[in-house]
Design a protein around this ligand. Structure first.
Ligand code: RP5
Length: 164
């Protein structure tokens, strides 16, 4: 199975981004996690991106906040699918990172999830790998069914409590 890379711009992103790692573990998807910055360690970010495909990766998740250029800088150096997570920061609530991540020029795509959307980033990466892996597709279907069941149970409980 191809690996997923989880890259983040700072260790301050880790409390949120670790949810992506937890999600990949639930699916049994192999991954590597690294802290590389487009601004503070640009050479390391570039080297990783240039070599990612031949190093066995199928998808890269890139999380950054503020002037969030990491996902775009990685996408510029690989043709693997790149999923961007805009991180919320204390000044502009993550709108800065959202716009920096999502507004990529034509030709260099970044699939941007919601602000702090680490779980969906991981799920999207599993969906990408599932295109060529039937066992992952089955696990995704099972999770959707379990999630639906959980919501229906909550609905039943709410209806029982409030409806007369
Ligand atoms: C970004 O700047 C990082 O991804 C992080 O979200 C933000 C702040 O980084 P620190 O100053 O906390 O290291 O590059």
């Amino acid at each position: 199975m191809k690996k997923v890379a989880i890259i983040m711009g700072s260790d301050s992103d880790l409390p949120v981004v670790s949810k992506a790692a937890d999600t990949l573990k639930q699916f049994g998807v192999p991954f590597e996690l690294h802290i590389f910055s487009a601004h503070r360690t640009p050479e390391e970010a570039k080297d990783f991106s240039v070599n990612a495909r031949e190093n066995g990766f199928g998808c890269i998740i890139a999380a950054a906040g503020m002037a969030a250029h990491l996902a775009g800088a990685i996408a510029a150096n690989t043709t693997l699918p790149v999923i961007g997570i805009p991180m919320k920061s204390k000044y502009l609530d993550g709108i800065d990172a959202l716009l920096s991540t999502v507004q990529m020029p034509s030709g260099i795509p970044v699939a941007t999830v919601a602000i702090d959307g680490a779980v969906n980033a991981a799920l999207l990466s599993v969906e990408i790998l599932s295109v060529s892996d039937a066992s992952l597709a089955e696990k995704l279907t099972a999770k959707r069914q379990a999630d639906t069941k959980a919501v229906l149970e909550k609905n039943a409980a709410a209806e029982k409590q409030f409806n007369i």
